[in-house]
Design a protein around this ligand. Structure first.
Ligand SMILES: Nc1nc2c(ncn2[C@@H]2O[C@H](COP(=O)(O)OP(=O)(O)O)[C@@H](O)[C@H]2O)c(=O)[nH]1
Ligand SMILES: [Mg+2]
Length: 201
């Protein structure tokens, strides 16, 4: 799929203020600094579309980007950033939960996982919660440019093994790097397939 148009629409902390209408949307979530905003920029080939930062915990908002005037990419706040303090963490948690549970246009949630790390409890628990609530999601392993091939394979296999303990069927998953654009075609094709299914309903 070609992305011919990508534009920022609105940022807010209130799911009720997200854009009206029925365009399908694809949201990106994961721990702070995992690479959500970079991935959105990579997918759209627009460098400064979503704000990236080497300092974790910057995005507190739900950010909507309209793509090809027909669907949205959504940059969500990162979860689990300790420095925000308990109150800050709870506020962010509420924004995230309200969006995920209430936003009917949310068609698929991409859960971003840092490919360099061993499985983190916070991510596994989050996906368990998604499952309990029947939220459609897939996994994107990020920053794979930082790992050598063998190591990458090993980490992904370990991760999938852990997931199998929790899930009978694995969610779709993607290997990505915003640095060298790995996974771009696969993720965009996946979105395109779902968009087509929706449009023929
Ligand atoms: N090497 C490498 N660095 C990345 C990649 N994706 C993100 N980063 C870096 O990781 C940091 C956090 O990225 P950002 O997209 O802001 O993460 P977010 O907090 O999840 O939105 C930034 O310094 C990015 O440059 C990647 O695929 N490869
Ligand atoms: Mg971000």
């Amino acid at each position: 799929m070609e992305i011919t148009n990508a534009e920022f629409v609105i940022s807010n902390t209130d799911v009720k203020k997200c854009p009206a209408g029925t365009f399908p949307e694809y949201a990106f979530i994961g721990r702070s600094n995992v690479g959500k905003s970079s991935l959105i920029n990579m997918l759209t080939s627009r460098k400064g579309l979503a704000m990236t930062s080497s300092t974790p915990g910057k995005t507190m908002l739900i950010n909507h980007f309209l793509i090809n005037n027909s669907w949205y990419l959504v940059d969500l706040p990162g979860y689990g950033y300790a420095k925000r303090g308990q109150k800050g963490k709870e506020q962010i948690q509420k924004v995230i939960e309200d969006y995920i549970l209430e936003r009917e246009q949310m068609t698929n949630l991409f859960v971003l996982i840092d490919s360099r790390l061993e499985p983190q409890k916070i991510d596994l628990e989050f996906m368990e919660w998604l499952g309990e609530n029947g939220i459609p999601f897939s996994i994107v392993f990020t920053k794979t440019d930082k790992l050598k091939g063998g190591r990458l394979k090993m980490n992904i296999n370990t991760y999938l093994q852990d997931l199998r303990k929790q899930w009978e069927e694995l969610p779709p998953y993607f290997i990505s790097s915003s640095e060298n654009r790995t996974g771009r075609t696969e993720i965009l094709d996946y979105i395109e397939t779902i968009n087509k299914e929706i449009n023929t309903k």
